[in-house]
Design a protein around this ligand. Structure first.
Ligand code: FES
Length: 173
């Protein structure tokens, strides 16, 4: 058995998830999904641990994790902003929205801020063309977006985080 370096809390969470799926190799996708939900991404050591626990080759786990776009092998931000660059959104100014967000967050599409607060994505058509240009933030659709509205949205997300952190500090004090 190889020695895998993992924080204790991550290992405990992984154990619970694997156990909940009864160590069933057939549930690999569901296990990966639950593991990712815990950390927002799938670190290498977690995949190695899973391979060991399920007695599966690590290559097979990587194959599945890289096949599905829903799995992330790099750290993700707490919040995800997605700009639709499909044709309907594109002609209504979506590229300008993306540029503005890239400038604002100081990252490019496909990247995550170093403080792990935001991930920025660009996709092609999210099926809400009539609302274009569309920005999706943490799963919530925002239509007819402009740079001003996008800036406001970012400020709201940051302000909400601040409030939550304050409340957390008060509870822990
Ligand atoms: S092109 Fe943006 S939702 Fe369809």
């Amino acid at each position: 058995m190889t020695q895998i370096n993992m924080a204790e809390d991550i290992k405990n969470a992984a154990d619970k998830i694997i156990d909940a799926h009864r160590f069933d190799k057939m549930q690999l996708i569901g296990i990966l999904h639950d593991l990712q939900a815990h950390q927002r991404w799938l670190p290498r050591e977690v995949l190695e641990y899973l391979a060991e626990k399920l007695d599966l080759p690590i290559n097979q786990i990587y194959h599945v994790a890289t096949f599905f776009k829903a799995f992330y092998l790099k750290p993700r931000g707490k919040h995800t902003c997605t700009v639709c660059l499909g044709t309907a959104c594109h002609v209504r100014g979506a590229p300008k929205l993306l540029e503005n967000l890239e400038r604002n967050l100081n990252i490019k599409a496909g990247e995550t801020t170093p403080d792990l607060m935001f991930s920025l994505e660009a996709v092609n058509c999210v099926g809400a063309c009539a609302l274009g240009p569309v920005v999706i933030c943490d799963g919530e659709y925002h239509g007819h977006m402009t740079n001003i509205k996008t800036d406001r949205l970012l400020r709201q997300v940051k302000a909400k985080d601040k409030e939550e952190n304050k409340a957390k500090e008060l509870v822990e004090a």
